[in-house]
Write a protein that binds this ligand. Sequence first.
Ligand code: CA
Length: 362
Amino acid sequence: MAGFGVFSVAAGEPRVGWRSGGEVVDLSALGAVFCSDSLNPLMAQGPAAWDDAVGRAREHEGPRSRIEEVTLRLPFEVAGYIDFYSSLEHATNVGRMFRPGADPLPRNWRWLPAGYDGRAGSVAVSGTDVVRPRGQFADEDGAPVFAPSKRLDFELELGFVVGVPSRPGEPIPADRFAEHVFGVVVVNDWSARDIQAWETVPLGPFLGKSFLTSVSAWVTPLSLLEEHRVEAPVQDPPPLPYLAAGRDWALDVDLAVELNGAVVSRGNARTLYWTMPQQLAHATSNGSAVRTGDLMASGTISGPERGSEGSLIELTRNGTEPLELPDGAKRTFLEDGDELVLRANAGGLELGEVRGRVVAPA
Ligand code: CA
Protein backbone atom coordinates (compact mmCIF):
# COMPACT_ATOMS: atom_id res chain seq x y z
CA MET A 1 0.00 0.00 0.00
CA ALA A 2 1.19 3.53 -0.76
CA GLY A 3 -0.33 6.98 -0.72
CA PHE A 4 -0.63 10.25 1.13
CA GLY A 5 -2.84 10.77 4.17
CA VAL A 6 -3.21 12.91 7.26
CA PHE A 7 -2.74 11.42 10.72
CA SER A 8 -2.08 12.25 14.32
CA VAL A 9 -0.44 10.32 17.14
CA ALA A 10 -2.06 10.52 20.59
CA ALA A 11 -2.79 14.20 21.30
CA GLY A 12 -0.23 15.41 18.72
CA GLU A 13 -0.86 17.79 15.85
CA PRO A 14 -2.12 16.36 12.55
CA ARG A 15 0.51 16.01 9.85
CA VAL A 16 0.91 14.51 6.40
CA GLY A 17 2.06 10.90 6.21
CA TRP A 18 3.05 8.37 3.59
CA ARG A 19 1.56 4.91 3.82
CA SER A 20 4.17 2.21 3.53
CA GLY A 21 2.78 -1.27 4.08
CA GLY A 22 1.35 -1.46 7.59
CA GLU A 23 3.06 1.74 8.68
CA VAL A 24 2.76 5.46 8.19
CA VAL A 25 5.89 7.58 7.71
CA ASP A 26 5.75 11.06 9.26
CA LEU A 27 6.63 13.57 6.51
CA SER A 28 6.41 16.72 8.64
CA ALA A 29 10.19 17.27 8.50
CA LEU A 30 9.96 17.71 4.71
CA GLY A 31 8.46 21.21 4.81
CA ALA A 32 5.43 23.34 5.62
CA VAL A 33 2.96 21.63 3.29
CA PHE A 34 3.58 18.38 5.18
CA CYS A 35 2.83 19.95 8.58
CA SER A 36 -0.76 20.55 7.55
CA ASP A 37 -4.04 19.03 8.73
CA SER A 38 -4.99 18.41 5.08
CA LEU A 39 -3.33 17.55 1.78
CA ASN A 40 -4.76 20.70 0.17
CA PRO A 41 -1.56 22.81 0.37
CA LEU A 42 0.42 20.00 -1.31
CA MET A 43 -2.36 19.29 -3.80
CA ALA A 44 -2.45 22.96 -4.90
CA GLN A 45 1.21 22.86 -5.95
CA GLY A 46 0.90 20.90 -9.18
CA PRO A 47 2.38 17.84 -10.88
CA ALA A 48 6.10 18.67 -10.55
CA ALA A 49 5.75 19.14 -6.78
CA TRP A 50 3.60 15.99 -6.51
CA ASP A 51 6.22 13.85 -8.26
CA ASP A 52 8.91 15.36 -6.07
CA ALA A 53 6.82 14.63 -2.97
CA VAL A 54 6.34 10.97 -3.96
CA GLY A 55 10.08 10.57 -4.51
CA ARG A 56 10.97 12.19 -1.20
CA ALA A 57 8.26 10.33 0.72
CA ARG A 58 9.52 6.98 -0.50
CA GLU A 59 13.06 7.72 0.67
CA HIS A 60 12.26 9.61 3.83
CA GLU A 61 13.63 8.17 7.06
CA GLY A 62 11.14 9.98 9.30
CA PRO A 63 9.41 8.55 12.36
CA ARG A 64 7.18 5.56 11.58
CA SER A 65 4.06 4.40 13.37
CA ARG A 66 1.95 1.30 13.04
CA ILE A 67 -1.35 2.15 11.36
CA GLU A 68 -3.28 0.77 14.35
CA GLU A 69 -1.55 3.28 16.62
CA VAL A 70 -2.51 6.48 14.79
CA THR A 71 -5.70 8.43 14.19
CA LEU A 72 -6.40 8.77 10.49
CA ARG A 73 -8.06 12.03 9.42
CA LEU A 74 -10.07 13.04 6.39
CA PRO A 75 -7.08 13.47 4.06
CA PHE A 76 -8.21 16.60 2.24
CA GLU A 77 -10.62 19.45 2.78
CA VAL A 78 -13.49 18.69 0.42
CA ALA A 79 -14.26 21.81 -1.59
CA GLY A 80 -17.04 20.31 -3.67
CA TYR A 81 -18.38 16.86 -4.41
CA ILE A 82 -19.79 15.64 -7.70
CA ASP A 83 -21.05 12.10 -8.10
CA PHE A 84 -21.27 10.66 -11.60
CA TYR A 85 -23.23 7.69 -12.93
CA SER A 86 -20.64 6.28 -15.30
CA SER A 87 -21.12 2.51 -15.17
CA LEU A 88 -23.19 1.24 -18.08
CA GLU A 89 -24.01 -1.95 -16.19
CA HIS A 90 -25.12 -0.08 -13.05
CA ALA A 91 -27.25 2.41 -14.99
CA THR A 92 -28.81 -0.48 -16.93
CA ASN A 93 -29.51 -2.57 -13.80
CA VAL A 94 -31.11 0.37 -12.00
CA GLY A 95 -33.06 1.44 -15.09
CA ARG A 96 -34.53 -2.06 -15.47
CA MET A 97 -35.63 -2.11 -11.83
CA PHE A 98 -37.22 1.34 -11.82
CA ARG A 99 -38.51 1.58 -15.39
CA PRO A 100 -39.45 -2.00 -16.31
CA GLY A 101 -40.40 -2.42 -19.95
CA ALA A 102 -38.81 0.88 -21.00
CA ASP A 103 -35.31 1.48 -22.38
CA PRO A 104 -33.22 1.18 -19.17
CA LEU A 105 -30.87 3.98 -20.24
CA PRO A 106 -32.09 7.57 -20.54
CA ARG A 107 -31.57 8.91 -24.08
CA ASN A 108 -28.70 11.19 -23.00
CA TRP A 109 -26.73 8.52 -21.11
CA ARG A 110 -24.35 7.53 -23.92
CA TRP A 111 -23.82 11.18 -24.87
CA LEU A 112 -22.63 12.60 -21.57
CA PRO A 113 -21.29 11.48 -18.17
CA ALA A 114 -24.40 12.12 -16.05
CA GLY A 115 -23.78 13.46 -12.55
CA TYR A 116 -25.15 15.56 -9.71
CA ASP A 117 -23.71 17.93 -7.13
CA GLY A 118 -23.44 16.15 -3.79
CA ARG A 119 -22.86 17.44 -0.28
CA ALA A 120 -19.17 18.18 0.39
CA GLY A 121 -19.72 18.66 4.11
CA SER A 122 -20.89 15.09 4.68
CA VAL A 123 -17.78 13.44 3.21
CA ALA A 124 -15.94 11.62 6.03
CA VAL A 125 -12.91 9.38 6.41
CA SER A 126 -13.05 5.59 6.36
CA GLY A 127 -13.95 4.17 9.76
CA THR A 128 -16.64 6.74 10.46
CA ASP A 129 -19.82 5.12 11.80
CA VAL A 130 -22.79 5.03 9.46
CA VAL A 131 -25.72 6.32 11.50
CA ARG A 132 -28.85 4.95 9.90
CA PRO A 133 -30.60 8.04 8.53
CA ARG A 134 -34.16 9.01 9.28
CA GLY A 135 -36.20 10.36 6.43
CA GLN A 136 -39.45 10.53 4.57
CA PHE A 137 -40.39 7.66 2.29
CA ALA A 138 -43.37 5.70 1.07
CA ASP A 139 -44.00 2.74 3.36
CA GLU A 140 -45.23 -0.71 2.20
CA ASP A 141 -48.79 0.57 1.77
CA GLY A 142 -47.57 3.60 -0.18
CA ALA A 143 -48.31 6.16 2.54
CA PRO A 144 -45.53 8.64 3.35
CA VAL A 145 -43.87 8.10 6.74
CA PHE A 146 -40.91 9.67 8.55
CA ALA A 147 -38.78 6.88 10.03
CA PRO A 148 -35.31 5.29 10.05
CA SER A 149 -34.49 4.04 6.55
CA LYS A 150 -35.28 0.36 5.99
CA ARG A 151 -33.26 0.10 2.80
CA LEU A 152 -29.77 1.26 3.69
CA ASP A 153 -27.26 0.44 0.96
CA PHE A 154 -23.65 1.06 -0.10
CA GLU A 155 -22.24 2.18 -3.45
CA LEU A 156 -18.76 1.05 -4.51
CA GLU A 157 -17.00 3.89 -6.33
CA LEU A 158 -13.61 5.37 -7.17
CA GLY A 159 -13.12 9.12 -6.99
CA PHE A 160 -10.49 11.61 -8.08
CA VAL A 161 -9.34 14.70 -6.20
CA VAL A 162 -8.56 18.01 -7.89
CA GLY A 163 -5.27 19.65 -6.90
CA VAL A 164 -4.68 22.55 -9.27
CA PRO A 165 -7.73 24.85 -9.56
CA SER A 166 -9.08 26.34 -12.77
CA ARG A 167 -10.53 29.78 -13.50
CA PRO A 168 -14.22 30.42 -14.21
CA GLY A 169 -14.90 30.27 -17.93
CA GLU A 170 -11.94 27.96 -18.50
CA PRO A 171 -12.96 24.36 -19.29
CA ILE A 172 -10.38 21.63 -18.65
CA PRO A 173 -10.00 19.49 -21.78
CA ALA A 174 -9.78 15.75 -21.15
CA ASP A 175 -6.15 15.65 -22.30
CA ARG A 176 -5.16 18.11 -19.54
CA PHE A 177 -6.60 15.95 -16.76
CA ALA A 178 -3.21 15.07 -15.22
CA GLU A 179 -2.28 18.77 -14.90
CA HIS A 180 -5.12 19.27 -12.42
CA VAL A 181 -5.81 15.98 -10.69
CA PHE A 182 -3.74 14.93 -7.68
CA GLY A 183 -4.92 11.41 -7.05
CA VAL A 184 -7.56 8.77 -6.51
CA VAL A 185 -9.57 7.63 -3.47
CA VAL A 186 -11.97 4.76 -2.88
CA VAL A 187 -15.49 6.04 -2.17
CA ASN A 188 -18.59 4.60 -0.53
CA ASP A 189 -21.65 6.68 -1.42
CA TRP A 190 -23.98 5.34 1.31
CA SER A 191 -27.55 5.45 0.05
CA ALA A 192 -31.00 5.14 1.67
CA ARG A 193 -32.97 3.57 -1.17
CA ASP A 194 -36.43 4.24 0.29
CA ILE A 195 -35.72 7.93 0.89
CA GLN A 196 -34.04 8.17 -2.52
CA ALA A 197 -36.95 6.54 -4.38
CA TRP A 198 -39.52 8.88 -2.82
CA GLU A 199 -37.59 12.14 -3.30
CA THR A 200 -35.66 11.70 -6.55
CA VAL A 201 -38.31 13.05 -8.95
CA PRO A 202 -38.15 15.92 -9.86
CA LEU A 203 -34.73 17.23 -8.78
CA GLY A 204 -32.55 14.17 -8.22
CA PRO A 205 -30.60 12.73 -5.27
CA PHE A 206 -30.89 14.70 -2.02
CA LEU A 207 -31.37 13.43 1.56
CA GLY A 208 -31.16 9.77 0.54
CA LYS A 209 -27.46 10.40 -0.17
CA SER A 210 -26.32 13.41 1.86
CA PHE A 211 -26.15 11.80 5.31
CA LEU A 212 -22.66 10.37 4.67
CA THR A 213 -20.13 9.65 1.94
CA SER A 214 -16.98 7.79 3.08
CA VAL A 215 -13.56 8.04 1.43
CA SER A 216 -10.33 6.14 2.00
CA ALA A 217 -7.82 7.69 4.40
CA TRP A 218 -5.18 7.41 1.66
CA VAL A 219 -5.01 9.29 -1.62
CA THR A 220 -3.11 7.35 -4.28
CA PRO A 221 -1.17 9.83 -6.44
CA LEU A 222 -2.11 9.65 -10.11
CA SER A 223 1.50 8.90 -11.09
CA LEU A 224 1.38 5.59 -9.19
CA LEU A 225 -1.57 4.48 -11.32
CA GLU A 226 0.15 5.31 -14.63
CA GLU A 227 1.06 1.67 -15.37
CA HIS A 228 -2.50 0.54 -14.62
CA ARG A 229 -4.11 2.73 -17.29
CA VAL A 230 -5.98 0.84 -19.99
CA GLU A 231 -8.24 1.70 -22.91
CA ALA A 232 -11.85 2.33 -21.90
CA PRO A 233 -14.68 0.18 -23.32
CA VAL A 234 -15.87 1.15 -26.81
CA GLN A 235 -18.14 4.18 -26.74
CA ASP A 236 -21.02 4.00 -29.18
CA PRO A 237 -22.00 6.51 -30.46
CA PRO A 238 -18.60 8.24 -30.53
CA PRO A 239 -18.67 11.11 -28.01
CA LEU A 240 -18.89 14.73 -29.14
CA PRO A 241 -15.48 16.34 -29.78
CA TYR A 242 -15.16 17.93 -26.31
CA LEU A 243 -15.43 14.42 -24.77
CA ALA A 244 -13.40 12.55 -27.37
CA ALA A 245 -10.04 12.45 -25.54
CA GLY A 246 -9.20 10.69 -22.29
CA ARG A 247 -10.36 7.23 -23.33
CA ASP A 248 -6.90 5.89 -22.43
CA TRP A 249 -7.61 6.55 -18.75
CA ALA A 250 -9.68 3.57 -17.69
CA LEU A 251 -8.05 2.10 -14.58
CA ASP A 252 -7.32 -1.61 -14.21
CA VAL A 253 -8.18 -1.68 -10.52
CA ASP A 254 -9.66 -4.81 -8.92
CA LEU A 255 -12.48 -4.09 -6.50
CA ALA A 256 -14.00 -6.14 -3.70
CA VAL A 257 -16.80 -5.65 -1.21
CA GLU A 258 -16.80 -7.37 2.18
CA LEU A 259 -19.91 -7.58 4.34
CA ASN A 260 -19.20 -8.78 7.89
CA GLY A 261 -15.95 -10.32 6.67
CA ALA A 262 -17.39 -12.18 3.66
CA VAL A 263 -16.68 -11.07 0.11
CA VAL A 264 -20.05 -10.38 -1.54
CA SER A 265 -18.90 -8.72 -4.77
CA ARG A 266 -15.82 -8.56 -6.99
CA GLY A 267 -15.35 -6.29 -9.99
CA ASN A 268 -12.91 -4.02 -11.82
CA ALA A 269 -12.98 -0.27 -12.44
CA ARG A 270 -11.90 -0.70 -16.08
CA THR A 271 -15.49 -1.57 -17.00
CA LEU A 272 -16.57 2.08 -16.44
CA TYR A 273 -18.01 3.55 -19.65
CA TRP A 274 -16.94 7.15 -18.99
CA THR A 275 -13.37 7.86 -17.85
CA MET A 276 -12.19 10.33 -15.20
CA PRO A 277 -10.77 12.81 -17.80
CA GLN A 278 -14.11 12.76 -19.62
CA GLN A 279 -15.92 13.40 -16.32
CA LEU A 280 -13.68 16.38 -15.52
CA ALA A 281 -14.01 17.75 -19.07
CA HIS A 282 -17.79 17.50 -18.88
CA ALA A 283 -18.01 19.00 -15.36
CA THR A 284 -16.05 22.07 -16.52
CA SER A 285 -17.44 22.28 -20.08
CA ASN A 286 -19.83 25.09 -19.16
CA GLY A 287 -17.00 27.16 -17.66
CA SER A 288 -17.59 26.00 -14.08
CA ALA A 289 -14.29 26.30 -12.21
CA VAL A 290 -12.76 23.59 -10.05
CA ARG A 291 -11.10 24.20 -6.71
CA THR A 292 -8.37 22.42 -4.77
CA GLY A 293 -10.12 19.61 -2.90
CA ASP A 294 -12.96 19.02 -5.35
CA LEU A 295 -13.94 15.36 -5.21
CA MET A 296 -15.50 13.71 -8.25
CA ALA A 297 -16.69 10.12 -7.85
CA SER A 298 -17.39 7.59 -10.60
CA GLY A 299 -20.82 6.42 -9.58
CA THR A 300 -21.47 2.83 -8.56
CA ILE A 301 -19.15 0.44 -10.38
CA SER A 302 -20.97 -2.71 -11.47
CA GLY A 303 -19.60 -5.30 -13.86
CA PRO A 304 -21.49 -7.37 -16.42
CA GLU A 305 -21.43 -10.63 -14.42
CA ARG A 306 -23.61 -11.67 -11.49
CA GLY A 307 -21.57 -11.06 -8.34
CA SER A 308 -19.79 -7.99 -9.68
CA GLU A 309 -22.49 -5.47 -8.75
CA GLY A 310 -21.44 -2.49 -6.64
CA SER A 311 -24.56 -2.11 -4.49
CA LEU A 312 -26.97 -4.30 -2.51
CA ILE A 313 -29.98 -3.13 -4.50
CA GLU A 314 -28.36 -4.75 -7.56
CA LEU A 315 -26.83 -7.77 -5.77
CA THR A 316 -30.24 -8.66 -4.27
CA ARG A 317 -32.34 -7.61 -7.28
CA ASN A 318 -34.12 -4.85 -5.41
CA GLY A 319 -34.32 -6.95 -2.24
CA THR A 320 -36.06 -9.93 -3.87
CA GLU A 321 -33.02 -12.29 -3.79
CA PRO A 322 -31.32 -12.00 -0.37
CA LEU A 323 -27.59 -12.61 -0.07
CA GLU A 324 -26.68 -15.56 2.08
CA LEU A 325 -23.56 -14.98 4.15
CA PRO A 326 -21.21 -17.83 5.21
CA ASP A 327 -22.65 -17.81 8.76
CA GLY A 328 -26.14 -18.43 7.35
CA ALA A 329 -27.33 -14.86 7.87
CA LYS A 330 -29.35 -13.31 5.03
CA ARG A 331 -29.23 -9.71 3.90
CA THR A 332 -31.28 -7.64 1.51
CA PHE A 333 -30.16 -4.27 2.85
CA LEU A 334 -27.76 -3.32 5.67
CA GLU A 335 -28.71 -4.03 9.27
CA ASP A 336 -27.50 -2.27 12.41
CA GLY A 337 -24.12 -3.67 13.44
CA ASP A 338 -23.14 -4.66 9.90
CA GLU A 339 -19.62 -3.73 8.84
CA LEU A 340 -18.89 -3.09 5.21
CA VAL A 341 -15.41 -2.76 3.69
CA LEU A 342 -14.53 -1.69 0.14
CA ARG A 343 -11.11 -2.72 -1.18
CA ALA A 344 -9.26 -1.73 -4.34
CA ASN A 345 -6.07 -3.16 -5.79
CA ALA A 346 -4.03 -2.29 -8.87
CA GLY A 347 -1.62 -5.15 -9.42
CA GLY A 348 0.42 -5.16 -6.23
CA LEU A 349 -0.62 -1.62 -5.37
CA GLU A 350 -3.29 -1.54 -2.71
CA LEU A 351 -5.46 1.58 -2.57
CA GLY A 352 -6.92 2.66 0.75
CA GLU A 353 -9.85 0.68 2.11
CA VAL A 354 -13.19 2.24 3.01
CA ARG A 355 -14.73 0.80 6.18
CA GLY A 356 -17.97 1.64 7.93
CA ARG A 357 -20.19 0.10 10.60
CA VAL A 358 -23.92 0.72 10.63
CA VAL A 359 -25.34 2.02 13.90
CA ALA A 360 -28.90 2.71 14.92
CA PRO A 361 -30.04 6.33 15.03
CA ALA A 362 -29.85 7.92 18.48
CA1 CA B 1 -23.37 7.19 -6.19
